[in-house]
Design a binder for this molecule. Sequence first.
Ligand SMILES: *[C@@H]1O[C@H](CO)[C@@H](O)[C@H](O)[C@H]1NC(C)=O
Ligand SMILES: *[C@@H]1O[C@H](CO)[C@@H](O)[C@H](O)[C@H]1NC(C)=O
Ligand SMILES: *[C@@H]1O[C@H](CO)[C@@H](O)[C@H](O)[C@H]1NC(C)=O
Ligand SMILES: *[C@@H]1O[C@H](CO)[C@@H](O)[C@H](O)[C@H]1NC(C)=O
Length: 334
Amino acid sequence: MDSFFVAANIFFLLSLSVLVHGKIAAKGCDIFQGSWVFDNSYPLYNSTECPSIEKEFDCQRNGRTDKDYMKYRWQPSGCKLPRFNGVDLLTKLKGKRLMFVGDSLGLNQWRSLTFMLHVAVPEAKYTSERIGDLFKFKFPDYNASIMFFWNAFLVDITSEPKGRVLRLDSISNSKIWGGMELLIFNSWHCWDLIVYGNSTFKDMDRLSAYEKALQTWAKWRDSHVDTAKTKVFFQGVSPDHASKQDIESCMGKTRPVKYSSRPHPAELVLEKILRAMSKPVYLLNITELSDLRIDGHPSVYGSGGHSSMDCSHWCLAGVPGTWNELFYAALVQN
Ligand SMILES: *[C@@H]1O[C@H](CO)[C@@H](O)[C@H](O)[C@H]1NC(C)=O
Ligand SMILES: *[C@@H]1O[C@H](CO)[C@@H](O)[C@H](O)[C@H]1NC(C)=O
Ligand SMILES: *[C@@H]1O[C@H](CO)[C@@H](O)[C@H](O)[C@H]1NC(C)=O
Ligand SMILES: *[C@@H]1O[C@H](CO)[C@@H](O)[C@H](O)[C@H]1NC(C)=O
């Protein structure tokens, strides 16, 4: 059972070495284990200064009035994160192409990173363009490209007379991302929507479908990627705060919560796949730390105004900025 039908409309619904007191700390520190602390020096950027932003992430402009959700910094328990340094990151990206590949949560993180870099070098030239599913943001002075390629399932979708078919065993878009120097994948959000959307599931639940697709992806990574040239990251599963019982669960929330509820089942699938791989993939293990941030979602201040509730994506500035700080910390280590 390597493929199954999906209704046509679903995909558009849309350790580390760390600086402690100026010194590089031991690699044993788990930067994903920690807590959120209020920090008045945040946010790292003001979204009004940024060249462009998807309406669904622009909570302040959409009418959200509280601001504390932008002022939390992630503090690992055992060490300190290096302060995000956009100039340093651009220097590291010189002559390189960084591509996010995935769904709208990848777009969320990519957009955040373009801001974080832009405000670090506000005078530097940049170009921004979208060609189909490919979003490109370039800094010509640094010869650095930061891209996002919309590919929600990673594996292929083909159009057939019967409808659109998700092919869990084929991954031809890897042609597009194959040559990049840095890759950050993600997927899950839309697998979740499959269940809510109108789709035909033939003898396969979405978690096992997800697992099969990730296996296809892992096989591609293990057999086709030149480890010397390309570093591969995977953004952990970003938690939704909308349960089926309580679709408005993130509404009106302005503070992080103390404990995250449970390991996310899709994250467990992802971790199992990554453990079995022969080539290294760095997991941006953001699931549990983001699960504490019920306050960080657009809720009614997303794209739909008051008619639609978004407890899945994240306001910018906000939580995806932390994901980028963690990504930066991972690069500093290597
Ligand atoms: C991800 O983080 C969670 C919470 O800190 C932890 O339980 C889990 O083991 C981590 N996963 C990996 C692969 O490190
Ligand atoms: C962002 O800038 C605008 C315009 O200068 C200002 O009104 C707003 O308060 C700023 N937001 C934050 C979070 O600092
Ligand atoms: C710019 O970066 C690309 C890779 O993204 C590389 O192929 C090219 O040689 C670089 N150009 C210069 C002038 O360094
Ligand atoms: C949605 O599901 C219902 C019930 O299974 C079916 O009758 C209908 O044809 C489906 N619609 C589409 C667009 O697939």
